[in-house]
Design a protein around this ligand. Structure first.
Ligand code: BGC
Length: 276
């Protein structure tokens, strides 16, 4: 069910990494709310086309744009294509991310760098370009007044993870990247709030997507996973999409610099429920 009280008609939204998983669910959800959605993908052109088909079927509009978010030139080109097609940008969902897992003692610099490049530097480039665009399209008059009313001129939602607070052995590059996202989000939020740009992040727990298929596809590992989730179910990409839409909407206009954990209670130290 789409919450139609959230209005996005006429708003343009970039969702990076929206050819699959959480990004795809976000893109489709925004399409159902009438938005113009830029479906960014890296390799999976078919997945991106599928997202766009569903966006249009839901009443939205959009385009697909290939870009590697860790490459500045690709991101700048994605923005040019967005502005050429829709004339403005209202929401940036910097979602694209990946895991390259390895025991710490064996982790190569290449494995470390890949994850930092996409998950951290990629989000940096995307949200910086989004912020520049927000400021450019809505120049604010110099004013002595310290009081301002009215909604944000641009909204940024960054995809973090429960692993911005839960340490994760065997995934040090990933946890470090998400810890970085969390502090980048807060610092950028503090800096951009006076421009009336809101910056927040979402930290999903275990969500049923390709990234963690090895865990949820086997009964034994799924049951083990449930011991980490007090709510006793794995999340869906749509659970996350609904929260992203709320954070990007004017309904959350006074929310700034926050992380919303969408994790069924994974961050509640579940192992302490009957211990400690
Ligand atoms: C990871 C998933 C993992 C989840 C909970 C996410 O950020 O990408 O692989 O299942 O955190 O541990």
């Amino acid at each position: 069910m789409i919450d139609s009280s959230l209005k996005f008609k006429g708003q343009t939204i970039i969702v990076t990494g929206s050819s699959s998983g959480i990004g795809q669910a976000c893109a489709i959800y925004f399409g159902g709310l009438g938005a113009n959605v830029v479906v960014n993908y890296h390799n999976d052109e078919d997945g991106a086309s599928e997202s766009l088909k569903k966006i249009k079927a839901g009443g939205g509009d959009g385009i697909t744009v290939q870009a590697d978010v860790s490459k500045e030139a690709d991101v700048i080109s994605m923005f040019e294509q967005t502005i050429k097609k829709f004339g403005r940008l209202d929401v940036m969902v910097s979602n694209a991310g990946l895991q390259v897992d390895s025991p710490f003692l064996e982790m190569t610099t290449k494995q470390w760098q890949k994850v930092i490049d996409v998950n951290l530097t990629g989000q940096f480039i995307c949200i910086r370009e989004a912020a520049k665009q927000f400021v450019k399209q809505s120049p604010r008059e110099e004013s002595d007044s310290k009081i301002d009313t009215g909604p944000a001129i641009g909204k940024i939602v960054m995809m973090s993870s429960v692993h911005d607070v839960i340490p994760w052995a065997g995934h040090v590059n990933y946890a470090a990247s998400k810890g970085g996202v969390s502090m980048m989000m807060k610092s950028v939020s503090q800096e951009l709030a006076p421009y009336k740009i809101r910056v927040n992040s979402i930290s999903p727990g275990a969500i049923k997507t390709a990234i963690n298929k090895s865990v949820w596809s086997k009964q034994e590992t799924l049951e083990e996973l449930m011991t980490l989730i007090p709510y006793r179910r794995i999340g869906t990409a749509e659970d996350v999409a609904k929260a992203v839409a709320w954070l990007a909407s004017d309904e959350s206009d006074y929310v700034n610099g926050e992380t919303l954990y969408i994790d069924g209670g994974m961050t509640l130290y579940p192992e302490f429920a009957d211990n400690g």
